[in-house]
Ligand binder design. Structure first.
Ligand code: GLN
Length: 232
């Protein structure tokens, strides 16, 4: 009897809310660029995905403790992370930016942050950026576990500025969140799919092969354009 080989299921960690890369629609289903991408790659490469929206830092921990096989979470490919992760080919260029509450015109540059409280999400490139520049600009840092707390902190005056990836801030503004970006964006690293260093190499290879196929077929562009309007 010929039985079709069972498709392997991989547990993939992701962020809780990082629109337009991963977020819930009105019926609670996870959607977004990362979600569509991993599902399309899984289909192309013949594996199944058990997506776990854990939060960014928790996904990092899950991969490192072997509770997840990999993570897709708008995760920047950094030299520091390469010590504990292996990354796929880059799939999206990004960078970080500062945002303040809409109408707050008193913060015009990092120099205006002296003595003020600023925030980012735990374990992110933005959090690292804030730590690195704290002495220089003299602000206090507050780190949040998830985007909900982070974005709320601006509204309730807990912080004067938040730092996040600019496509995510841009998406929030496009969707009516009362924010405004300040200054030039910081060049950041591109996003990559990640596995624990030295492990799940076959999954990494499948991701790269699938990504290549999606780019060649036009499906990759379709996914991006579904979430980020080019106005064309
Ligand atoms: N790109 C940023 C990082 O890798 C933020 C990722 C996220 O918040 N999901 O640190």
């Amino acid at each position: 009897v010929n039985v079709k080989a069972e498709e392997k299921t991989y547990t993939i960690g992701t962020d809780l809310t990082f629109a337009p890369f991963e977020y819930q629609n009105s019926s609670g289903t996870y959607i977004g660029i990362d979600v569509d991408l991993i599902n399309a790659i899984a289909k192309d490469q013949g594996f199944k995905v058990d997506l776990k929206p854990l939060g960014f830092d928790s996904a990092v921990q899950a991969v490192q403790s072997n509770q997840a096989d990999g993570m897709v979470a708008g995760m920047s490919i950094t030299e520091e992370r390469k010590k504990s992760f292996d990354f796929s080919d880059p799939y999206f260029d990004s960078g970080i930016s500062m945002a303040v509450k809409e109408g707050n015109n008193s913060i015009k540059s990092y120099d205006d942050l002296k003595g003020k409280t600023v925030a980012a999400k735990v374990g992110t490139e933005s959090a690292t950026f804030l730590e690195k520049n704290q002495k220089k600009y003299g602000y206090t840092i507050k780190n949040f576990d998830d985007a909900t707390g982070l974005y709320k902190s601006l509204e309730n005056g807990e912080t004067v500025a938040i730092f996040d990836d600019y496509p995510v801030l841009g998406y929030a503004i496009t969707n009516g969140q009362a924010l405004q970006l300040v200054g030039e964006k910081e060049t950041g690293s591109a996003y990559g799919f990640a596995v624990k260093k030295g492990q799940n190499q076959e999954l990494l290879e499948k991701f790269n092969a699938g990504l290549k196929n999606l780019k060649a077929s036009g499906e990759y562009d379709k996914i991006i354009n579904k979430y980020i309007s080019t106005g064309k």
